[in-house]
Each structure stands twice: as structure tokens, then as C-alpha cells.
Design a protein around this ligand. Structure first.
Ligand code: AGP
Length: 596
């Protein structure tokens, strides 16, 4: 949520910052801005995507030898030029990612001390606080540290001081920062993707660290002020963040990349040790948000039915709202694509405080979650740029299934033949997914029927309810159509009241004991005028209750729900593109949700 990049390279800073912002745009894209320092600080800010900022710079060029830049996902104050970062006061320019929770209180104190503000943002208090602290001593680093002591929240900042043309100071207070060095100077960014073309080595800095960036030197101070070194690694081959011409957008490409994502995830997990805490656990607490939470719902079946371990699921932001009881013999699994989701990291803090061992299933190895959890069980989907999770979701499912199966085997809870059967099915998953690509034309047709609907329901039972929930999330994220998922049996307890002529109802129904009941529920809504779509496996099944049937390859009830999800990704994707929306960057969203 919000992306920051800053650098000290001696020249042509604006171009480099714009290039970095483009790569960070997936973190927020309602406005963007830069501040560069040459003879003086020049600030340029524009509402909308980075393209708008670039256009502004063509009209009103600004350049310098050092600079800071920001792409925004609004928290305090609507997207506007005045609310866009950087915020400047008395020669101190600041960009921030995160939230300053006590900003109102600080604003009141500063106003009482004679300061005045231009924007509605929480960030604007930061340059004012730094200037106030600089009045006590002219050392920027100490002033930033003292200003930070007055602020609450998770955030990271980069600061530029007009009096020093060779230094950027950056502070990590809970929102990730990576620093980079190479022939092009010293750099810092929210994410290494913004730096890989610019530097040769990268290091993640830790919470509480201040990094002082000069063109030929980077100094890191930990929270106690001690000079420390962090682990530097050569940059990995940069993954393109610009959509290839072969695909209309990133999301479509990422849907196509799913077979490879699954195969790579399986390969990379093959020799990894199983976290012992799961084998010894009587209870597993799964914690995640959004799509990752729905992957957790799918995980429940694998752990409960195969490993016979009770699973409790919690949305990460809800974990702290209830007392944590009976943590003895509990192990936690935290699932996250980015590994930077603030709610999930807050849940990790809580679990750690309660001495619960943690396993992180994460796609970004350098992320906070991957580095901080007791065990890291990676998904290997490659970088996902489209804001809606697609290939990372199927990779999460794959990683979870693999983990549960191996825990079940180690505990002796599943027979060798059953385990071999399920493993073979998992290994066939890439080809099963490829097979679903054949249903794209049908999904496009159904999309043309639902695209004008105001609302849409998704139904399923058990694991099918988890895939229905993910299908509903994909549709609402990408098409802005209100979509809700219900356990199919729950519909008659109230939600059926909303069924009206033509309302689309999409049911996921795997073969198994719940199939017939779900079909009956679909018949009930069809009888009340709904337009009904059934997603199920290929076979003999005839279903009068469905106006349209999308058939995915035959699979066991353990695997089928993930195949249903792929079919619904196509549905959401085509609904969005037929509505002419930005599939990669849906309104109001950001890829990495780094605020609570
Ligand atoms: C998925 O399509 C969404 N963009 C969103 O729900 C996402 O899954 C959620 O914010 C969690 O993110 P994470 O996996 O990076 O923790």
C-alpha cells in the first residue's frame, strides 16, 4: 500500500524515479509524486497513475542529483494533488508508506506550536515534526529518531533535506524497505522490484533501522543507534513488470502461468523439511486475509481429513479481537502472497507473543513474514503484478496440499496408497488447469450475460464454499459487481429473499456427498427466476437446475475446488474486460496491503 523509492546517484534522478514508480505502481495508483534536489527542492505531484506524473514532468521538468518518490493508495484524504506525496516543510521533504495512527493528536500539538498544514494526510505531520526536532539539534538522523518517538503506527519513510545534496535518510518502522547499491549510487524502495535494474546488491533492513544513503556509502543504524550490517545479496534476475504484447494485460498472463506456478511450487517444496511444530500439533490456527484466507479454507479439509488435526481459521485482522485460549500444542500457519500484509504481520506479532510456533506460506522470500516466521514454506508463483490474486492462489493451494499430505504421512494418518494417489493428482494439476483453458470461450459468453447485473451470488458446500468465496471475490474485485458467497445450505435461511428474475447464481459442486444437496439449492433459486450457472466436473451428470454448466476435468473432491476457481477467474476476467475496466489495477485496491 503506497510505494516509495528514493536514491542518491548524482544526476538525472527524475527519470530513474519515474521508472521505479512504474514498478511500484501495483502498490497504489491514485496519485504519484517526486521531490528532487538540485539547486533547490523541486516537487511535482499528479493525480492518477504514474503516466500523469510523467506528463507533468514533460511540461514542468525537474531534476537533481538525489530524490524521493511515492505512488499513493489513499488512507487519509482523498486522491488529490495536495494530498499526494512528497510533503515538504521548511526544506524537509518526506514520503511515507503506512499509517501514523496518532497524526490527529500530533497535528493539534503542532498547530498549537504555530505550524500550519496544507493537506489532509497523516504524512504531513512528519516533516513538521522533523523540523521541530531539528531546531533542538541540527543532526537530521537524531531529529528523525526523535520525531519517530512521537509517532505511533507501522510505516516507513524516506527523507530529503535541502541542506544536504548527498544524503537520503530512511527509517523502517514496520513497513518493508530494501536498500540497494551499485554503480548507479545508493537506493531505497518498498520492494526490490523497483531496484533490480539499477543496483547490483540488495539488503532488507529491519524494523527500527535507519539507513543513511550517500552516493558511495550506505550506513545502517539499528534501533539502538549501533552501526550494523544487514545481509546483502546479489540482485536476482529482474522479472518484467511490463505486460508482454502476447497478453492483453498482466492478469491474463498470470492466469496462463498457473500450470507453471503449480509445477514450480511442487518442485521447490520437494526436499524441504516438514515443520515439526505441525506434526506435533493438536490444533492448527490458520490466519490470512482475502484470497489467502480462502486458500486457508481449502487447507482445512486437507489437514482435518488427511492429517486428522483440528483446524481453526481466522481472518488476520480479527485474530486480536478474541482472547487466545488453549495455545498449548497449537501451531499457526500464516498464508500471504506478499508476506507484507499488515494485518497478517500483526497476527504474527500476537502469535509470537503467545509463544505459538509459526509457519509462513508466502510467495515473496524476502518479505517480513517469510523472514520472521519460525518456518518458511514457499510458494513459487513468480512475481504477480495483477492486483487480483490468480497464480499465487493456486500456488498457495498447492503448497498447503503438499504440506498437509506430508504431515499426514509423517503422522501415519494416511495410507501410502492414498498418499500416492493424491500426490499423483497434485502432480497432474498443471495439466488439469491447462485443460480448463478450453472453457474460456464459455466463460466469456456467461460474462456477457452477467456483466450488466448489479449483484451475483456464489454457492458451495464445504471446500466448494471456499472456492465459491474466492470466485465471488474475484468477480467483485475485477468487475465491481456486488458478489457474495454463501454456504449453499444457508441460502434458505434468509439470503434467498434477494433472488429475483435474472439474478446470476453460480454454484460450485464437486462430486461427492454434498453434490445433490447443492443441486437442489440451485433448483430452488432457479424456481424463483435466477439465472443459474453450475461449475462441476465432466461426466454423466445432467442438471436441469443449471442454465449453463462449466465443466472442469474429473478430479477428487480434494482437488476439484481449485479447478472451479480457475474457471471463475476466467468469468471475472472477461466480465471486467467486457466492461472496459482496468483488469490489472481495479479501483480502490492495491496489491500489498500494508496498513491495518
Ligand atoms: C486477492 O485477489 C486480493 N487482492 C486480496 O484479497 C489479497 O488476497 C489480500 O489482500 C491478502 O494479501 P496477501 O496474500 O499478500 O497477504
Amino acid at each position: 500500500m503506497c510505494g516509495i523509492i528514493a536514491g542518491v546517484n548524482g544526476s538525472f534522478m527524475a527519470h530513474a524515479l519515474i521508472d521505479g514508480l512504474r514498478k511500484l505502481e501495483y502498490r497504489g495508483y491514485d496519485s504519484a509524486g517526486i521531490a528532487v534536489l538540485g539547486e533547490r527542492i523541486k516537487v511535482r505531484r499528479a493525480v492518477g497513475p504514474v503516466d500523469q506524473l510523467e506528463l507533468l514532468l514533460r511540461d514542468r521538468p525537474a531534476d537533481g542529483s538525489i530524490g524521493i518518490a511515492h505512488t499513493r493508495w489513499a488512507t487519509h484524504g482523498k486522491p488529490s494533488e495536495i494530498n499526494a506525496h512528497p510533503h515538504v516543510h521548511d526544506g524537509i521533504a518526506v514520503v511515507q508508506n503506512g499509517i501514523i495512527e496518532n497524526h490527529q493528536e500530533l497535528r493539534r500539538e503542532l498547530i498549537a506550536a504555530g505550524h500550519s498544514f496544507l493537506s489532509e494526510t497523516d504524512t504531513e505531520v512528519i516533516p513538521h515534526l522533523i523540523v521541530e526536532e531539528l531546531a533542538r539539534s541540527s543532526d537530521l538522523v537524531s531529529a528523525i529518531r526523535r520525531a519517530a518517538a512521537r509517532m505511533r503506527g507501522r510505516y516507513s519513510i524516506a527523507v530529503l533535506d535541502k541542506r544536504d545534496r548527498d544524503t537520503i535518510v530512511t527509517l523502517h518502522m514496520g513497513s518493508s524497505l530494501v536498500i540497494g547499491r551499485g554503480n548507479n549510487g545508493a537506493w531505497v524502495a518498498s520492494d526490490d522490484v523497483a531496484l533490480t535494474d539499477r543496483v547490483t546488491d540488495i539488503a532488507s533492513i529491519e524494523e527500527g533501522d535507519i539507513a543513511i544513503l550517500k552516493r558511495s556509502e550506505i550506513k545502517i543504524l539499528d534501533k539502538k543507534g549501533t552501526v550494523v550490517d544487514r545481509e546483502w545479496a546479489p540482485v536476482e534476475e529482474s522479472q518484467s513488470t511490463t505486460a508482454s504484447t502476447e497478453w492483453p494485460d498482466h492478469t491474463r498472463r498470470e492466469i496462463d502461468e498457473q500450470p507453471t506456478a503449480v509445477a514450480t511450487t511442487l518442485r521447490n517444496l520437494a526436499n524441504l523439511d516438514i515443520p515439526e511444530c505441525l506434526v506435533n500439533a493438536d490444533r492448527i490456527q490458520i490466519v490470512a486475509c482475502g484470497s489467502s484466507y480462502y486458500a486457508g479454507m481449502l487447507a482445512r479439509r486437507w489437514f482435518e481429513e488427511l492429517a486428522h488435526i483440528r483446524v481453526d481459521l481466522e481472518i488476520a485482522s480479527e485474530l486480536s479481537t478474541r482472547p487466545m485460549l488453549d495455545t498449548d500444542k497449537t501451531a499457526a500457519i500464516l498464508i500471504s502472497q506478499s508476506g507484507e500484509t499488515a494485518d497478517t504481520i500483526a497476527a504474527l506479532d500476537l502469535l509470537e507473543a503467545n509463544s505459538v510456533p509459526t509457519v509462513a506460506i508466502v510467495n515473496v522470500a524476502r518479505s517480513q513474514l517469510a523472514r520472521r516466521a519460525d518456518y518458511f514454506w514457499p510458494t513459487s508463483a513468480g512475481r504477480e503484478i495483477g492486483v487480483a490474486a490468480t497464480k499465487t492462489f493456486v500456488s498457495q493451494f498447492t503448497a498447503i496440499a503438499q504440506l498437509a499430505l506430508r504431515v499426514a504421512r509423517l503422522k501415519g494418518e494416511v495410507s501410502i496408497s492414498r498418499a500416492v494417489e493424491l500426490q499423483a493428482e497434485l502432480c497432474r494439476l498443471p495439466s488439469s488447469i491447462r485443460n480448463i483453458f478450453g472453457c474460456e470461450a464459455q466463460a466469456r459468453d456467461i460474462a456477457s450475460r452477467i456483466k450488466t447485473s448489479e449483484s451475483c451470488l456464489f454457492l458451495g458446500r464445504g471446500a466448494d464454499y471456499a472456492s465459491a468465496a474466492e470466485g465471488a471475490l474475484k468477480l467483485k474485485e475485477l468487475s465491481y459487481i456486488h458478489a457474495e458467497a454463501y454456504p449453499a445450505g444457508e441460502l434458505k435461511h434468509g439470503p434467498i429473499a434477494v433472488i429475483a428474475d435474472g439474478l446470476p447464481v453460480i454454484a460450485c459442486a464437486s462430486r461427492g456427498p454434498t453434490l445433490e444437496k447443492t443441486l437442489s439449492n440451485l433448483a430452488e433459486v432457479k424456481a424463483r427466476g435466477a439465472y443459474t450457472v453450475l461449475i462441476t466436473e465432466r461426466g454423466e451428470l445432467e442438471c436441469d437446475a443449471a442454465d449453463d454448466v462449466i465443466r472442469v476435468p474429473q478430479a477428487s473432491p480434494f482437488i476439484a475446488p481449485i479447478l472451479h476457481v480457475v474457471a471463475m477467474q476466467f468469468l471475472a476476467y472477461h466480465t471486467s474486460s467486457q466492461l472496459g475496466l482496468d483488469v490489472d489495477k481495479p479501483r480502490n485496491l492495491a496489491k500489498s496491503v500494508t496498513v491495518e
